[in-house]
Design a binder for this molecule. Structure first.
Ligand code: COI
Length: 382
């Protein structure tokens, strides 16, 4: 990454992809502090943001309109803003990977756009057109290209959020909305080194219920998990394992990540991941790993996994590896599980070969050092 800003990025021009076009975003004149130094290595997750952001607005009369690329900065909101009180807010997370000094690849932006639209519909919000979502990402990455880091495991994380902006406390959906896309450089969600994490099965709380909002990426799902995460941290774990709400038996997901269980080894390894029943976030990395594993001839099954099976199959050696995945966490091996007063180790407690192979395969597609037969990467040129 260069040490100093070169403010050579130009605002987005019309985007053409999947047959869709969206008009250029304009760069609103505004002061970006001169000479703000780029971090030499990515700071902790989500702490230092790039110079710009994209905003767009929704009203009943105009729909989504007024998209603008502007300097990153604070928003002014009324104390009675709907999103603050009733949580009408959805977000996404995806990444741009450095390819060369002038290019970066957005990874599966259309899938993230569609998932954000699905989340919005669940929260009675107007979905942002995917063409606008992708045009916003292109414009921001092009403008802040110098911020895309180039180290192993490093990327520019893009965080779109949309929320109800009108100020009223009647219990009804907002009548005006704002979309904001911001970005920050990031390395590994779990710290500098790739390591196996410890997870704690949560017995007191649930994350999602059938018919609820578990499959939507809405802010409240994450705030509702904080208390359990604090408890897991106190027990010495990195993340919470969420169980189903009805039986408190079936593994659903891990904090903000999906889970994979590996049975067997070598060519005969089989991957099992809990099915998308409506209470689990349909992870884009989950879907990517399913396809990468199948491309390599591995069997992948979407099937329920109980905590008891997890424990017994680790004891018998049938489960050889477990790993979590997500945009932020990429592929993260699970080394130890805490449950009740005890716990157990997965394999020998260190990252296993299937997780490592898939992590490397994913990284190679991100970096463009492996073919991209599924057309997941969307190149942005300065
Ligand atoms: C992601 O993996 O990108 C997430 O959204 C999880 C979390 C950081 C909120």
């Amino acid at each position: 990454m260069p040490d100093h800003h070169t403010r050579s990025g130009t605002p987005g021009t019309a985007t053409r992809d999947e047959g869709a076009t969206y008009p250029a975003l304009t760069l609103r004149p505004g002061a970006v502090p001169a000479g703000r130094p780029l971090p030499k290595t990515p700071p902790p997750f989500g702490e230092v943001f790039t110079d710009h952001m994209v905003s767009a607005f929704w009203s009943a009369d105009e729909g989504w309109h007024g998209a603008v690329l502007e300097p990153y900065g604070p928003l002014t909101v009324s104390p009675s803003t709907v999103a603050l009180h009733y949580g009408q807010s959805v977000f996404e997370g995806f990444k741009a990977y450095r390819r060369d000094p002038d290019r970066a690849a957005l990874f599966r932006p259309w899938e993230h756009a569609r998932r954000m639209a699905d989340s919005a519909r669940r929260m009675a919000m107007p979905p942002l057109p995917p063409e606008l979502f992708v045009a916003a990402a292109r414009a921001l990455v092009r403008q802040d290209m110098d911020w895309v880091p180039d180290g192993d495991d490093e990327a520019l994380y893009l965080r779109p959020v949309a929320f109800a902006t009108d100020s009223h406390l009647a219990l009804r959906p907002g009548l005006s909305y704002r979309f904001v896309l911001m970005a920050f450089p990031t390395a590994n969600f779990f710290g500098a080194a790739r390591r196996a994490v410890t997870v704690a099965v949560c017995e007191d709380f649930v994350r999602a219920v059938p018919g609820g909002t578990g499959a939507a990426k809405c802010g409240g799902n994450y705030a509702g998990a904080y208390l359990a995460q604090e408890e897991a941290t106190r027990r010495g774990a990195d993340q919470v394992v969420w169980l189903d709400a009805a039986e408190r038996r079936w593994v659903e997901e891990l904090g903000g990540m999906n889970l994979f269980f590996v049975h067997g080894t070598g060519d005969r390894a089989e991957l099992v991941t809990p099915p998308l029943t409506g209470t689990i976030l349909p992870g884009v990395t989950r879907d990517t790993l399913i396809r990468l594993a199948r491309d390599r001839g591995l069997t992948v099954r979407e099937a329920p996994v109980s905590v008891e099976e997890w424990r017994q199959n680790c004891a018998s050696g049938r489960i050889t590896e477990v790993f979590a995945c997500g945009t932020a966490a990429r592929v993260t091996p699970v080394g130890r599980v805490l449950a009740g007063d005890g716990g157990w180790t997965v394999g020998d407690g260190s990252p296993g070969p299937v997780a490592t192979t898939l992590a490397d395969a994913l990284s190679a597609v991100h970096r463009g050092t492996a073919p991209d037969p599924h057309h997941w990467c969307h190149l942005v040129t300065r």
